[in-house]
Design a protein around this ligand. Structure first.
Ligand SMILES: Cc1ncc(COP(=O)(O)O)c(C=O)c1O
Length: 427
């Protein structure tokens, strides 16, 4: 019996049946078929526990949401304290929690003027697009083929048609896409001087973290300046110290007109995201501040937790640890490549953001993900390039845990090799 107080399940199977019956049949069955029967139960630090009690080290972090690990004690304490005083607040009025968070975000984001809050990444991307359209009086938005910015009304139209067409939400007349790292294609898209914005993930996560070529992001920004389009940096997965800088655009020396942060901003405890705008793109906040409204966007409980997150990310010991984990993974993965180069074909890395290539099979990383799962590691393949495993170590990982991760990776490779061989036979 699994007794959670308000609800109970006889068995893991009963939970799976209930999820299929009432929650999401396709998603539930997808994981069963992939051999990853995970139902996350207890969670603590960088460890997750399946309902069966089996422990896994989390290297997915839900896209960086659990940058600090699960239920970080300082953040839990912060939220508990906030619950004694705040609730989500009333969006109509200035609030101490919102103003304080806006100030701390703007102060770590050179060039930005205001912070507008939302409950999640996609909604913050919608605000970014609306702000660019306000500033330019143009509608067209350029994004990257296989880029990912979420699933709300505007954000979904920037992404892969798998997610927009099913809901008739593709808008080809207003949203155009160009291949990543192709500056000629970018120039072609922008040169008509009719684009409101270019939206870029600083490193496209769902596409498997292909690294921007040297100078590419700067060249994109220069084209935006030349053609009066706004540059939107989507920092949902690359922000919050994951590249070694607070924001990925700082690591590449590109200053956006608008930026978006979400996921880890809440420490995974209370949903909150933010769109930061500069003087020009934030002009609407002086003209009609109620032009964009969200009851739960900028929930004060979330603001308090996020305020703590931004403070923690500036601690020297945390910054030093990001350097340690980055180096450990760089060296460790180089060694793993030497040992398993027949299947492990390449590494992409910036800070604690890594994409591990298993390119000999079109769904190589799907099989490796399963092998790792069987060896106590949860790391997800890239949805839009299943040859690449997303490898997202947390910023607070200890050296012992880093070593355990590497040992488990090494031990999982024979099983990965076997699964890849079987998959090749089926193909
Ligand atoms: C780069 C990027 N942008 C935006 C989003 C959307 O965020 P959310 O799922 O909170 O709406 C995601 C989510 O995975 C993301 O990875």
């Amino acid at each position: 019996m699994y007794d959670y107080g308000l609800f109970k399940f006889e068995s893991k199977q009963q939970l799976l049946d209930t999820a299929i019956r009432y929650w999401n049949p396709d998603k539930t069955k997808f994981w069963q078929k992939a051999g990853i029967d995970l139902v996350i139960d207890r969670r603590e630090g960088y460890r997750l526990y399946d309902m069966s009690g089996r422990s896994l080290i989390d290297l997915h972090l839900n896209g960086g949401t659990y940058n600090f690990g699960h239920r970080h004690p300082e953040l839990v304490e912060t939220l508990k304290g906030a619950l004694d005083y705040f609730d989500i607040g009333n969006h109509w009025f200035p609030s101490v929690a919102r103003a304080a968070l806006a100030e701390s975000l703007v102060k770590v984001s050179s060039g930005m003027t205001y912070a507008v809050f939302a409950p999640g990444g996609a909604e913050a991307v919608d605000i970014a697009i609306k702000s660019a359209r306000y500033a330019t009086k143009r509608r067209k938005i350029v994004s990257i083929v296989k880029g990912y910015h979420g699933h709300s009304g505007l954000s979904v139209a920037t992404g892969d048609e798998r997610f927009s067409k099913i809901f008739l939400s593709d808008q080809p007349e207003h949203f155009v896409q160009v291949p990543f790292n192709d500056i000629d294609a970018m120039e072609k898209a922008l040169k008509g001087n009719d684009c409101a914005a270019l939206i870029m993930e600083t490193i496209p996560a769902t596409y498997g973290f292909p690294m921007p070529k040297p100078g590419y992001l700067n060249a994109c920004k220069a084209l935006c300046v030349k053609h009066d389009a706004m540059y939107i940096a989507d920092e949902v997965q690359t922000g919050l110290m994951r590249t070694g800088s607070m924001w990925g655009w700082q690591a590449y020396g590109v200053e956006p007109d608008i930026m978006v942060t979400a996921k880890g901003l809440s420490g995974g405890l209370y949903p909150i995201s933010a769109c930061l705008v500069n003087d020009k793109t934030g002009g609407w906040l002086n003209e009609d501040g109620a032009a964009h409204i969200s009851t739960s966007g900028g929930a004060e409980l979330g603001c308090v937790v996020a305020h703590k997150v931004i403070e923690m990310l500036q601690r020297p010991e945390l910054i030093a640890n990001v350097g340690f984990v980055s180096e450990f993974m760089a060296e460790g993965m180089a060694e793993m490549r030497r040992r398993h180069g027949d299947i492990f074909t390449g590494v992409r890395q910036k800070g604690v953001i890594l994409g591990l290539e298993f390119s000999n099979h079109p769904e190589g990383a799907l099989h490796v993900s399963r092998a790792l799962y069987e060896h106590g590691i949860w790391a997800i393949f890239s949805s839009l390039d299943k040859r690449v495993l997303q490898w997202k170590p947390g910023v607070l990982l200890s050296s012992d845990l880093c070593q355990e991760i590497l040992d488990r990776f090494d031990a999982a490779m024979p099983r990965a090799r076997q699964l890849l061989r079987d998959a090749a036979k089926v193909n």
